[in-house]
Design a protein around this ligand. Structure first.
Ligand code: PNS
Length: 165
């Protein structure tokens, strides 16, 4: 039987509880999920790709993954190329609200054009995370707002360390 492998690509700068919600929802659907962290230094991320992968590994080690094998990897270049290289059958993306749909649809169709064998699977985030994004979390945190319950405690601690520097 062939392995149902998926990648979940993203910037994860930083990981939010919305991302974690999507990861948890995707676990029963696949045998293996690779959380694929985009190496995007030109976007001036708050965390380096190594820091993001390290945080993800630490946080995901606490997640009860059942029979699914959950791994973290980084990539540069096209998501479709990375998915093909990893022999993934699917690309997982989360949708929070209808406003995400247009952008996600364009990406899904472009990725399908690039790699027709690879399907994009959209999962709906829990309502309580429908307004949570990495960019909003960085902005709120940097301006002294409260973000508990919206990002993992480890991420919040690492953001605090970053701000002190
Ligand atoms: O976390 P994000 O920023 O919503 O993730 C966006 C991501 C990484 C999935 C997207 O920017 C992407 O796939 N980038 C890699 C380059 C690429 O493949 N671009 C064409 C997409 S159709």
């Amino acid at each position: 039987m062939s392995l149902r492998r998926a990648i979940f690509p993203g910037s994860f700068d930083p990981l939010t509880n919305g991302h974690l919600d999507i990861i948890r929802r995707s676990l029963p659907l696949f045998d293996e999920i690779i959380i694929a962290v985009l190496n995007n230094p030109e976007k001036n991320p708050m965390f380096s790709v190594e820091e993001r992968c390290e945080m993800l590994r630490e946080i995901l080690s606490e997640v009860e993954a059942g029979k699914c094998c959950l791994t973290v990897d980084s990539f540069s270049g096209l998501t479709a190329d990375f998915a093909k290289k990893k022999r993934a059958a699917a690309i997982v993306r989360g949708i929070r609200a209808i406003s995400d749909y247009e952008y996600e649809l364009r990406m899904a169709l472009m990725n399908r054009r690039l790699e027709p064998e690879i399907e994009t699977v959209f999962l709906m985030a829990a309502e309580e995370y429908s307004y949570v994004s990495s960019n909003l979390m960085k902005q709120i945190f940097t301006l002294g707002g409260r973000v508990e319950g919206l990002i993992p405690a480890l991420v919040e601690a690492k953001m605090r360390e970053k701000l002190k520097k």
